[in-house]
Design a binder for this molecule. Sequence first.
Ligand SMILES: C[S@@+](CC[C@H](N)C(=O)[O-])C[C@H]1O[C@@H](n2cnc3c(N)ncnc32)[C@H](O)[C@@H]1O
Length: 246
Amino acid sequence: MAYNPLANAPKQALALLEGQGMVAVYEATGGKVTSDFAAHNLTLIPPIPSGSIIHDNACGAGTVSRLILSHSSPAAPDVKIHATDIDPVFLSTLESDVAKNSWPVEVSNQKAEALSFPDNTFTHSITNIAIFMTASAGLDAAKEIHRTLQPGGVAIVNCWEALVWLFPIKLVAESTRGGKPMPAPPISWNDGVQIQKIMAEAGFKKENMRVDRAEVWAKTSDLRGGPRRVGRFWAGWAGWAGGRRG
Ligand SMILES: C[S@@+](CC[C@H](N)C(=O)[O-])C[C@H]1O[C@@H](n2cnc3c(N)ncnc32)[C@H](O)[C@@H]1O
């Protein structure tokens, strides 16, 4: 059965996670840090030249696409971006901004593990903070990145090393569930081994890979609402427990 993070979710969490509200909550909780990672990624590669064909893979609401477009004009007026994700709410948010702004972005619903693009399509393929969410511990998505990238093209893939915000959620989850340990992710991505392993298995040569680390952070002055939104958005990680919820 497919994993359903909303199964048994309390109404307070559903109010945040359903429909367009989810995009706003995502932007208010993880948006700053994913965007900072995306911006850092773009500093690691030469400026994107005119004529580039770029894949914003697992694009969410288009963090990477938006950054590329905000930086590229007028240096690279002719880029074409293909933005793909499996979440219709994120996709429709991006699609409506694409239409409003006439951006050179084609948005489509595609699994990162089975892309419809032909081999050797992209000059750049960027998967920002998403590979660890894909099936087969990221390997199938990594293979698709390799298959769809032109020879000599640039791929950027990243994952979390440490999730400082998860610790308070873990403490709350464990103390409200009689000490039952919060499940650890089945694969640990935090030492960088898994991400390099799948990229190598997908066909990227070790000598062509570069490993980099970045630290990002966000602060809030909303000390009540900020943590509450983070908690309700991410607490489903451990599965929602039945019973009374505050
Ligand atoms: C943490 S968000 C990052 C989104 C975006 N790349 C950014 O930088 O804001 C992870 C994204 O991966 C998408 N995702 C998860 N599994 C996926 C899959 N198998 N194929 C495509 N997208 C997937 C989710 O829908 C979500 O939009």
